[in-house]
Design a protein around this ligand. Structure first.
Ligand SMILES: CC(=O)N[C@H]1[C@@H](OP(=O)(O)OP(=O)(O)OC[C@H]2O[C@@H](n3ccc(=O)[nH]c3=O)[C@H](O)[C@@H]2O)O[C@H](CO)[C@@H](O)[C@@H]1O[C@H](C)C(=O)N[C@@H](C)C(=O)N[C@H](CCC(=O)O)C(=O)O
Ligand SMILES: Nc1ncnc2c1ncn2[C@@H]1O[C@H](COP(=O)(O)OP(=O)(O)OP(=O)(O)O)[C@@H](O)[C@H]1O
Length: 547
């Protein structure tokens, strides 16, 4: 076992075995700062004193709660070789009495990625870095990266993955903390992947990552866009700003090619992202996928409504999933199927296929792999995960209005033979505006709405539940007969199962693969899949005893 593997199960500690020492003078140059009075070589970079290793550059950055310079004494004790900070940080450093060489840059966060790329050698010039695929968008990033990972493996590649659920940089899977890790970890992981012989990697890129420079210095081969719907307005303020942050990924410094999904004729964001990508990268470096034929007919309607390169046709149900054909306007076509339920997984599967093609795969080879290995029928933990039948019981990660609407549609019993019962809540201290909207979506698409807790964080849980339930009660055109408010979550799940008949569907939404619920800084073990499984088993047992 090598040193990095011995560090255990935390992605934050994973580093390549052979960093490339970098002088502080070079650090200053990369940061656009004056040369330091004292120079020294650094062999790593960290923006967290708790994860710092001997010889690292400590990037002391301003944050929402604190300024990193406050933690410089801890960084010094951990063996920091130097500090990179801003003007405010210098003042704080002086008060701490830390005696390390310092580089002062106007906006140091913006140079962390470039410095990390150099010191870890994540993008060597000899072209031996893994082929890198990025997926961004409000929903579907995790699923699409699981799909690209599975396709690339089926094609014989040794693959890596960075995303919300886990990080794969070799044999071990490491649970993730963030959808996209901080820039030092991203570059360390990419360099480590190369050392371990990984030839292709898929990565989720969140809007937080783009806003906080977590993927600066990363050059992707192909970037994919799933969709843009309401979420994270607490960070971005407006949909326009949210779009412009996502659009940063589709620029020449960050990606070679782009693949953009066009949902339907009303999908302004997809059409705008395609136009933006074409303007930035050149039309021949962008592929669009129209999920419906009528979108493709817009080909000559101007840059905003540029028609699609690929059109999805012949969509049919296959088990609980779908099969379909992707047809290129030059006549090429691919038959694709996925065993994952939901129309949105058709979109995710199509995006994954076109991204893998765009990364340089031959159509014939890809078709063979699709036919022979069924790579798009792969498990994605907590995404439309079927826990039981009779009633159909599903755990899904839907935690915003669009995802919830689509997940509810996907669990609809055939021909109105049963009811839909949904259990969900909303996260505390995040986008409050989506709470009543999610309540209304649930009331319009489910027969019974059970509002409960998600991760309240430091917010009062009852208040969050009430905001969601108020939206459900006030919804126009509501289908729900009942809106119940029940907590804790395990009790809400049991109540849903207790009222479900064999032909009904129970959807437990919002937490997917998560295994702890955070309330006032304390993590409480909670896994929706286990709770639902246990509730179903008890209900079965109860029925047996009643007989
Ligand atoms: C809004 C946001 O992204 N915040 C991240 C950010 O926090 P911050 O800069 O405000 O940090 P702070 O606590 O004020 O501390 C300031 C600085 O001191 C450092 N520090 C702090 C304490 C200490 O003992 N030593 C130390 O060095 C911190 O590393 C930081 O650089 O930097 C921290 C350190 O890297 C992150 O942990 C933290 O993510 C928080 C936990 C978070 O929850 N982020 C979420 C919202 C997020 O990024 N989510 C997206 C996906 C969203 C989605 O699609 O659903 C993601 O990509 O995961
Ligand atoms: N293409 C899509 N369009 C709309 N909703 C989707 C799509 N794909 C998945 N979903 C819904 O969104 C939920 C989250 O899916 P997934 O984890 O793949 O997305 P994500 O973008 O990675 O989300 P997050 O960043 O919050 O983890 C799913 O559980 C499902 O309900």
């Amino acid at each position: 076992m090598d040193a990095t593997a011995q560090q255990g199960h935390d992605a934050q500690t994973m580093r390549p075995a052979r960093p490339r020492p970098l002088s502080l003078t070079e650090v200053a140059r990369l940061a656009g700062a004056a040369a330091p009075a004292r120079t020294v070589d650094v062999t790593g970079i960290s923006l967290d004193s708790r994860q710092l290793r001997r010889g690292d550059l400590y990037a002391a950055l301003p944050g929402a709660r604190a300024h990193g310079a406050q933690f410089a004494p801890q960084a010094e004790r951990a063996g920091a070789a130097a500090v990179l900070t801003d003007a405010e940080g210098v003042g704080l450093l002086e008060r701490t009495g830390v005696d390390l060489p310092v580089v002062v840059a106007p906006d140091p966060r913006r140079s962390v990625g470039t410095i990390a790329a150099r010191v870890y050698g994540s993008h060597p010039e000899d072209g031996t870095a893994p082929v890198l695929l990025a997926v961004t968008g409000t929903n579907g990033k995790t699923t699409t990266t699981y799909f690209t990972n599975s396709l690339l493996r089926a094609l014989g590649r040794t693959t890596g993955l960075i995303g919300t659920i886990e990080i794969l940089a070799g044999e071990q899977a490491i649970p993730s903390r963030l959808t996209t890790p901080e820039a030092p970890h991203v570059h360390a992981l990419l360099a480590l992947m190369r050392e371990r012989g990984i030839t292709a990697a898929s990565m989720e890129v969140s809007s937080h990552a783009l806003e906080f420079s977590r993927v600066d210095g990363v050059r992707f081969d192909v970037a994919g866009f799933t969709n843009l719907t309401q979420d994270h307005l607490d960070l971005h303020g407006s949909m326009e700003e949210y779009f412009s942050v996502k659009a940063r990924l589709f620029t020449p410094g960050r990606t070679g090619r782009a693949v953009v999904v066009l949902q339907d004729e009303d999908d302004v964001w997809g059409a705008r992202m395609a136009a933006h990508a074409r303007a930035q990268l050149g039309a021949d470096r962008v592929d669009t996928i129209a999920l419906r034929g009528d979108v493709a007919e817009d080909r000559d309607a101007g840059p905003e409504r540029h028609g699609a390169d690929w059109t999805l046709t012949a969509l049919t149900r296959r088990g609980i999933g779908h099969s379909f054909t992707l047809v290129h306007r030059d006549g090429r076509s691919l038959r694709v199927s996925t065993g994952l339920p939901g129309d949105f997984n058709v979109a995710n599967a199509a995006l994954a296929v076109v991204m893998v093609l765009a990364s340089g795969t031959d159509v014939g080879q890809l078709q063979r792999v699709l036919d022979e290995q069924d790579p798009l029928t792969t498990d994605v933990p907590g995404r439309m995960q079927l826990i039981g039948t009779e009633p159909t019981a599903v755990v899904d990660f839907a935690h915003n209005p669009d995802a919830l609407r689509r997940a509810l549609a996907a669990v609809e019993p055939p021909e109105e033979q049963g009811r839909v019962i949904v259990v969900f809540g909303a996260t505390g201290e995040r986008d409050r505006t989506k709470r009543p909207i999610m309540g209304a979506v649930a009331a319009r698409h489910a027969d019974v709405v059970i509002v409960t807790d998600d991760d309240p964080h430091d917010e009062e849980p009852a208040g969050i539940r009430e905001e969601v339930a108020a939206g459900a009660r006030a919804a126009d055109g509501a289908r729900a007969e009942e809106v119940l408010v029940l907590a804790p979550r395990a009790v809400a799940i049991r109540a849903a199962v207790a009222m479900a008949g064999p032909g009904d569907s129970v959807l437990v939404a919002g937490r997917g693969h998560e295994t702890v619920q955070e309330i006032r800084g304390v993590d409480h073990p909670l896994d929706d899949r286990e709770e639902l499984r246990a509730a179903l088993a008890d209900a079965r047992q109860g029925r047996r005893e009643d007989r």
